[in-house]
Design a protein around this ligand. Structure first.
Ligand code: MLC
Ligand code: AMP
Length: 506
């Protein structure tokens, strides 16, 4: 069997320069590639000694630290399936992810140990370990004395490397299963396409529990053997301070909006940069143009999703067109109409893709998986797309009822079901409206029930804030006597969106 373990690919680069710096940053000590290899080996030993076997899941909800990255690499090495969870998720959300994925090990922040402990006990998970944002916790204490080498477990191409939950249009989140080859093929493609090289310094300000910050950013720099300047979170002033020592920056559009609002963000600050990429949400043309005017750099916009990593990208050499996401990467792409026929250039349809980067299906949801694939193996992205006369793809909308706020996905159905449970609520509808910072913001419309005359917007917000991740909480709640419906009884969300935009202006 040829070994397709993704870590092997990284290790060839790490081992070439063990004493070079892999990670550094204002809030962390420097880590060499030797530290990365040895630290991940120790954690792999600990996980294996806890009885976690290849194919078992390791669910992780921890703050951003290099140790969290080492934990990810340790899972790859031990053949375990890494399952990162957004730190904003609350108990009810966590409960679902843990009971659905049945992990062998859960790693959480020590501050949440008792509440996660209850969930873990209920789900029958054997091992709970802790890791805080400074890289301390039982995960590190208990692995510290273990051997610094580990025989990386051989994996086949289709063996799972990670499961990332994406919310479902029907409310229940779905675990996208990503194989070693899904991740490796995409990493190799991006490394080549974006011309990564050993001298690269990636300024990393994204969270590391989603595809963008974890796979896209880190895999490119790992394959290059470059260095990461590791920031705990995005802050304009910090980022600007570190640009002169960096060459590459990957961002969601909100980062660029915030940078442009800061007068300290200048052409001079970007003097050593070679690449700025944008994705996870649409980049407004005005942001794209303002960025070029300010810095002289042209943002490279790319498009992707959890289920497939990066799908299209503007060219590294060649015209990067505002409002487009460039050309298909190493996957096939076609745009089809409702009847499944390929549309002509310039016409809008749904983008479908097929290739080595496309995931293996949703965890324990064969029907959902089947619904989202065509018989010939193309995956239906749900993104409304058109291809222009030069072959560039434009994402023009979404067929799926999805809001993307600051790069995070919010599915209205999930929020509506939480709101509907509040006493005094008759029914609700959630829509996304344009937001200057987050691109889109979540707002809710509530029809009070018979017992809901005194219910207030503040009460609705406060009630669901306890239950769901903060970024999903509506920024505004409007009360209406009824929801606008078409003759089929379907809620007319476009009308609600217009209503919310007018209300915000008033
Ligand atoms: C934070 N808040 C948000 C929010 N982020 N509200 C809506 N949308 C968001 N994205 C809320 C908080 O709940 C809080 O509310 C208030 O804003 C301030 O919180 P904060 O923690 O101080 O915010 P901040 O740190 O400034 O975070 C904003 C951000 C962050 C843009 C830096 O959201 C972020 O890092 N986004 C990146 C998301 C990402 O990596 N996506 C990649 C997905 S992968 P309150 O009420 O408590 O005050 C993918 C595939 C692909 O999509 O193609 O890449
Ligand atoms: P996620 O489920 O978090 O992986 O989000 C994937 C979705 O983000 C895609 O299906 C798109 O709707 C959206 N997306 C990602 N990149 C872009 C982009 N550059 N422009 C527009 N939408 C994007």
């Amino acid at each position: 069997m040829t070994d397709s373990n993704l870590y092997r690919l990284f290790e060839t680069r790490f081992a070439r320069q063990p004493d070079a710096i892999a990670f550094e940053g204002p809030e962390i000590r420097p880590y060499t590639f030797r530290d990365v290899m040895e630290g991940s080996a120790r954690i792999a030993h600990l996980l294996a000694s806890e009885g976690a076997k290849p194919g078992d899941r390791v669910a992780v909800q921890v703050g951003k630290s290099v140790e969290a990255v080492l934990l990810y690499l340790a899972c790859l090495r031990a053949g375990l399936v890494y399952l990162p969870l957004n730190t904003a998720y609350k108990s009810a959300e966590l409960d679902y992810f843990i009971s659905d994925s049945e992990p062998a090990v859960v790693v959480c922040d020590p501050a949440h140990e008792s509440e996660v402990g209850e969930i873990v006990a209920k789900a029958g998970v054997k091992t709970l370990l802790t890791l805080d944002e400074s890289g301390n916790g039982t995960l590190i204490e208990r692995s510290a004395g273990l051997p610094a080498t580990f025989e990386t477990v051989a994996r086949e191409k289709d063996d799972l490397a990670a499961i990332l939950y994406t919310s479902g249009t029907t409310g229940r989140s779905k675990g996208a299963m990503l194989s070693h080859d899904n991740l490796a093929s995409n990493a190799i493609t991006l490394h080549r396409h974006w011309q990564f090289h050993p001298g690269d310094v990636l300024l990393h300000a994204l969270p590391i529990f989603h595809v963008h910050g974890l796979f896209v950013a880190l895999h490119c720099v790992f394959l290059a053997g470059g260095k990461v300047i590791f920031l705990k979170k995005f802050d304009s002033a910090d980022v600007i301070r570190h640009f002169p020592a960096s060459t590459v920056f990957m961002a969601v559009p909100t980062f660029y909006v915030r940078l442009l609002a800061d007068p300290a963000f200048t052409r001079d600050a970007c003097r050593n940069m070679r690449l700025f990429t944008s994705g996870s949400a649409p980049l407004l043309e005005e942001t794209f143009n303002a960025f070029t005017a300010r810095t002289g750099h042209v943002i490279l916009e790319r498009y992707g999703m959890t289920e497939a990593g990066m799908i299209t990208s503007n060219p590294y050499d060649g015209l990067r067109k505002a409002g487009t996401v460039g050309f298909a990467l190493d996957n096939e792409a076609r745009i089809v109409d409702d009847a499944g026929r390929v549309v002509a250039d310039g016409e809008i349809g749904i983008l479908e893709i097929r290739g080595p980067n496309v995931f293996k299906g949703y965890w324990r949801m064969p029907e959902k998986t089947a619904e989202e694939f065509r018989p010939d193996g193309f995956f239906i992205t749900g993104d409304m797309t058109c291809r222009d006369e030069d072959g560039y793809y434009r994402i023009v909308g979404r067929a799926k009822d999805l809001i993307i706020s600051g790069g995070y996905n919010v599915y209205p159905k999930e929020i509506e079901s939480f709101i509907d449970e509040i006493p005094g609520v008759g029914e609700s509808a959630v829509v996304g409206v344009p937001h200057p910072d987050f691109g889109e913001a979540v707002v809710a419309f509530v029809v009070p029930g018979t017992d809901g005359e005194t219910l207030t917007a503040a009460e609705v917000i406060a009630t669901i804030k306890d239950k769901i991740a903060n970024f999903k909480v509506p920024k505004a709640v409007y009360f209406v006597p009824e929801l606008p419906r078409n003759t089929m009884g379907k809620v007319q969300k476009n009308q609600l969106r217009d209503q919310a935009i007018s209300a915000a202006k008033a």
